[in-house]
Ligand binder design. Structure first.
Ligand SMILES: [Mg+2]
Length: 230
């Protein structure tokens, strides 16, 4: 008998090519404001942005601060004038428009759905960007629920995120739920803490640190399908 009925899917780098969206949206915004958008500047932005997301996960800053500060900090390092709020707004809109599925992601979701599993995307991130990409990629036709951290009032890996996500799905028994994602801290440690099994999606076959223990590790969508549907 199958163990899982409900599948929580991470979005970015599990189903969606977020790196490409981010890169293209960012380059467009910078160029349209006459700012440099070469590799070095994009890398600089990523460093700033990553540090801020980590600070937010530690509870040191909130999201309203983060989204503006990442551009304010970038402008400071470029010694360039500009309104970071305007840049961020344009970027968030652009991010919703730059929607790219990872190869095979749509078919993967279709197979799971046809196999009778209840699917929901459970993601951190900004609602405008996540909803925009969910619809543009057509994932909304296959995955009936999109649960975004800001709208749930808590973000992965906090337990409350998973509590609220499951509540939105009618509180299925936790032993029948599995979280799939590429994020060891957000998806795997978070899922574990919330009392649900986890599949670490690890297509790059990265080493697993001993601080995190996924229930399963899968390197391809096919492996996950087999695990869940057989
Ligand atoms: Mg991810």
């Amino acid at each position: 008998m199958r163990k899982y009925n409900t599948v929580l899917l991470d979005a970015d780098m599990t189903l969606l090519d977020f790196k490409r969206s981010e890169r293209e949206a960012l380059a467009k915004v910078l160029r349209s404001h006459n700012l440099p958008a070469d590799e070095e500047v994009l890398a600089r932005y990523h460093k700033i942005n990553d540090a801020l997301w980590k600070a937010m996960a530690r509870g040191e800053v909130d999201q309203d601060f983060l989204v503006v500060e990442r551009f304010a900090a970038l402008l400071r390092t470029l010694n360039a004038p500009g309104d970071p709020k305007v840049l961020n707004h344009a970027y968030e809109l652009g991010l919703g428009e730059e929607a790219y599925l990872l190869p095979g992601a749509m078919e993967f979701c279709q197979v799971l759905r046809e196999g009778g599993l209840e699917l929901a995307i459970a993601t951190n991130g900004l609602p405008a960007a996540q909803w925009g990409r969910y619809r543009r990629t057509g994932l909304d036709q296959v995955v009936p629920h999109l649960l975004v951290s800001v709208e749930l009032g808590a973000q992965k890996p906090i337990r409350l995120f998973f509590d609220r996500a499951l509540e939105a799905l009618g509180n299925p028994p936790r032993e029948t739920v599995v979280m799939i994602g590429d994020g060891l801290e957000t998806d795997i440690a978070g899922g574990n803490r919330a009392g649900i099994d986890t599949i670490w999606y690890n297509p790059d076959k990265l080493p697993l640190p001993d601080t995190v223990q996924p229930t399963y590790v899968c390197a391809s969508y096919e492996e996950i399908q087999q695990l869940l549907l057989s």
